[in-house]
Design a protein around this ligand. Structure first.
Ligand code: SF4
Ligand code: SF4
Length: 262
């Protein structure tokens, strides 16, 4: 029976479930959302109707199997807006680290006792590689603030804010000491989009790029800087080919350094 309220679904594909926690960790805000909208599918929270029609379908995780491909097409058909949440859904996530290695490589038998039961696609790809995505929320994981702000904007018919300035800007706003300058740490902040509140530099650690590329990132110069700072080429490749390895220009720069492999 229709209540006339907006309908929200949260779907999971290949992922760790961490981004769904952005909803569960929202506390009272989640209760308020449940009063104002119908949550029609969110298996981790107890609502289980994966084919339900939704105004907004949030999607966590990347596409790793043929069954995933069928499922994401069904989600797309059932949803007015499809929003990816997190690094896996938006740029492949950790499971995309296997891309380029190939299905038949010996690592499958090394990892699984019965590799004949492994039935995955050759590559794990982001949602946008298979269906149209209306909004991408970056982060590993995304925050409650991101998902709630996107929900409010879409339901109110306004364009969601999705900042793409570099982490450095947030770092400066908060007065953090720059770890790249003070420690010569290989910080990806100059080329990574903000949204985390400069979490890692705030604790004296280098950003590793989990929010993906900022707007117009000069990734080639960033890589050159790491090279001049003494980082091995394979380590530079790993800086760019981590949780957002399918995002450009991280993918191209990372592969270029991976091929040089010193
Ligand atoms: S610590 Fe990293 S993110 Fe912060 S200002 Fe320095 S380079 Fe930028
Ligand atoms: S500082 Fe970088 S690695 Fe750390 S949470 Fe933010 S975007 Fe992710």
């Amino acid at each position: 029976m229709s209540t006339g309220r907006p309908r929200i679904a949260v779907h999971k594909f290949a992922s760790c479930d961490g981004c769904q926690l952005a909803f569960l960790n929202a506390g009272e805000a989640l209760l308020t959302l449940a009063q104002r909208a119908d949550i029609v599918h969110f298996a981790e929270a107890g609502w289980n109707d994966p084919l339900a029609q939704a105004d907004i379908a949030f999607v966590e995780g990347s596409i790793s199997t043929a069954h995933d491909v069928e499922r994401i097409r069904a989600v797309r058909e059932s949803a007015k807006y499809l929003v990816t949440i997190g690094a896996c859904a938006t740029a492949g996530g950790l499971q995309a680290l296997r891309n380029g290695i190939g299905e038949s490589a010996s690592w499958v038998a090394d990892l699984y006792a019965s590799p004949q039961y492994i039935d995955s696609l050759p590559e794990s790809r982001p949602i946008s590689a298979h269906v149209k995505v209306d909004l991408e929320l970056w982060g590993c994981p995304v925050t409650s603030e991101q998902v709630l702000a996107a929900t409010a904007s879409l339901l109110n018919g306004t364009a969601p804010a999705n900042p793409d300035e570099p982490v450095c800007v947030e770092c400066k706003r908060r007065g953090h000491a720059c770890v790249l300058v003070t420690q010569n740490a290989p910080c990806m902040g100059p080329v990574t989009r903000t949204g985390c509140g400069a979490l890692c530099p705030g604790t004296g650690r280098a950003c590793y790029g989990c929010f993906g590329p900022a707007e117009l990132p000069n990734a080639a110069s960033m890589a050159k800087h790491f090279e001049q700072a003494g980082l091995a080429k394979r380590d530079i490749a790993r800086r760019f080919l981590f949780t957002t390895s399918t995002a450009q220009p991280f993918a191209d720069i990372g592969r270029r350094y991976e091929e040089q492999n010193d």
